[in-house]
Design a protein around this ligand. Structure first.
Ligand SMILES: [Zn+2]
Length: 270
């Protein structure tokens, strides 16, 4: 950390001393010298409104940092390479939606309740592999009231509540992708819903259907901790239903959600 700090300081000082400014179409192009070496950029650095605009990746990598870019959230993660996802010390309640007489949606002979349970079990496994203590609201085909699901998480003082569902579009027969929902009154839930959705989309390679304020959903309203409802894909689209049934796809969605949860609790930092 100290080394990085002194490198960053050296960069700042070097840049102050070495900014060589020349005209270029109204912008003033900047040369950056790091420890005596000129840093090359694919896009030139320039000065605008008295601010020096430098391509982040080139400078960060010259300082030995790792850069991870997320297009959907327009977030650049900088880390010194020592970050790895961890959920140690976290209690997470995983809630497979529906069950028993409440089958949820039903397409192609597949009940949503059964599909949710299968994906939720994959999710529990991935969360545990990152060190989380996981409690499932159900692990068999039985119905539990929405209030009881939330009460279970509240009683356990869980750190995160994740409800697993699959989506249906009555109007779009080719709808695909991951959709997450949070309670609008909770900024933390919203952050978690964005992070989990982004990671699921990127791990599973599916379309981004957004993170949405769904304060109407009882499990999100009745839980005391950050809570996210994951709509893992569209059962009403035959191609996506086939994908949702594949164990490898379920695992990719689960790995994405677990990675997103790790980012939620402890993002990489310097
Ligand atoms: Zn559902």
């Amino acid at each position: 950390m100290k080394r990085l700090f002194s490198l960053a300081m050296a960069l700042a000082i070097t840049m102050l001393l070495m900014l060589s400014v020349s005209g270029s179409g109204g912008r003033r192009v900047v040369t950056v010298v790091l420890k005596g070496e000129t840093v090359t950029f694919d896009t030139p650095a320039y000065i605008e409104n008295n601010r020096t605009m430098v391509p982040l990746r080139a400078v960060a990598e010259a300082l030995g940092l790792e850069v991870t870019w997320d297009q959907t959230s327009a977030t650049a993660w900088l880390s010194d390479g020592s970050w790895s996802p961890s959920l140690r010390g976290r209690t997470i309640v995983v809630d497979p939606g529906h069950g028993g007489a409440s089958t949820g949606a039903s397409y192609g002979g597949v009940r949503e309740s059964a599909l949710n349970l299968s994906i939720a079990q994959a999710l529990a496994e991935e969360l545990r592999s990152l060190g989380a203590s996981v409690v499932m609201t159900r692990s068999s085909d039985k119905d539990i009231s929405l209030a009881d699901r939330a009460a279970m998480a509240n009683r356990l003082k869980a750190d995160l509540f994740l409800s697993v569902h699959c989506n249906v579009s009555p109007t779009n027969p080719s709808a695909k992708g991951v959709y997450t929902a949070y309670h609008g009154g909770s900024a933390q839930s919203r952050r978690a819903a964005e992070l989990l959705k982004n990671a699921m989309v990127s791990f599973a390679g599916v379309p981004d259907m957004g993170a949405h304020d769904r304060s109407d959903l009882a499990v999100l309203r009745l839980t005391d901790m950050p809570a996210v409802l994951l709509e893992c894909g569209f059962m009403s689209t035959p191609e996506e239903l086939a994908l949702l049934l594949q164990p490898e796809h379920q695992k990719a969605l689960a790995q994405g959600a677990a990675y997103g949860a790790a980012l939620f609790f402890s993002p990489p930092s310097l």
